[in-house]
Design a binder for this molecule. Sequence first.
Ligand code: PLP
Length: 339
Amino acid sequence: MTEEAPVDLRSDTVTRPGKGMYQAILDARVGDDVYGEDETVNRLEVAAARLLGKQSGLFLSSATQANLAAMLAHNARGEEILLGDCYHVYVSEAGGTSALGGIVLHPLATDEGGGLSIEQVVGAIKDDDPHHPITRTLALENTVSGRVQDPLRQAALATAVRERGLRVHLDGARIMNAAVALDVGAAEIASPFDSVMMCLSKGLGAPVGAVLCGSTEFIKRARRLRKQLGGGMRQAGILAACGLYALEHNIERLADDHERARLLAEGLGEIDDLPVRYETNMVFIEPTAADLEPLRRHLQQLGVEIGAQKPPLRLVTHLDIDDAGIDRAITAFHSFYRK
Ligand SMILES: *Cc1c(COP(=O)(O)O)cnc(C)c1O
């Protein structure tokens, strides 16, 4: 084992607060947020809504809880959500919308880039017939496993389904990665959507939390749902202070994560027989099944952590990985394949 802290490429959720963020916690003015009296939470909700171009915001304990509150606010029991078959709400939220909301999820096959077509989406809207659930919502994502979605294409989807009475939600856990990669404001990406969720504890580096934004009327409903879900927090300004700090300091620097993912992909691309591609802050590699476990152990001995998924395996750059970390990771991979 090495003395240095490991280069942890498993996820951009593994970051730890730095000194500035801890100072923001110490300086936070707090109160009971269930009474609406936490100044710092209130400031974060206003700042996030402004950033995403919506009327109001709501601070929640996680992005999963924020998606769930949004889905419960948009859909009654027995109603249906259309979404991509690889999207987080469908695959990685323990079926919460169905289990807790009685909501039907209708997954549609995403294309190579993670997107859906107008024909697919419009074709999936069910007729008003007592046999069928009522198709109520289209839920999109940006980024989709690191892949930036074209805002114009998403806007066209939103328009097409809205004409047919649907609501549109954006799971923008990594919307800021998309905004930085496209060099557009996040509000531009969020504008076609009735609601948008942004995670604070992925690339933005806060320890906890997400913000859900939408109309004031929608957020009022989501606030009651958050309480139902047990997500009403008290002196939550301690956490919101980290979110505010992240919005002030950690958005533009996402470009560094993207550049480091590019450098990592370039370095790993020199290895024969290791397919590599990258998208924003993620690099995907496809080691053979036989190499996978030995590779993981080899890297671990050299202080490089990779995830436990099946290939394609995701390597994620973030706030706690610097240029030296990228070099160490590349060297560690090369030493495995040179054996
Ligand atoms: C991570 C993620 C979430 C949920 O975040 P948690 O912190 O695990 O609750 C939701 N949507 C997308 C696209 C994500 O990547």
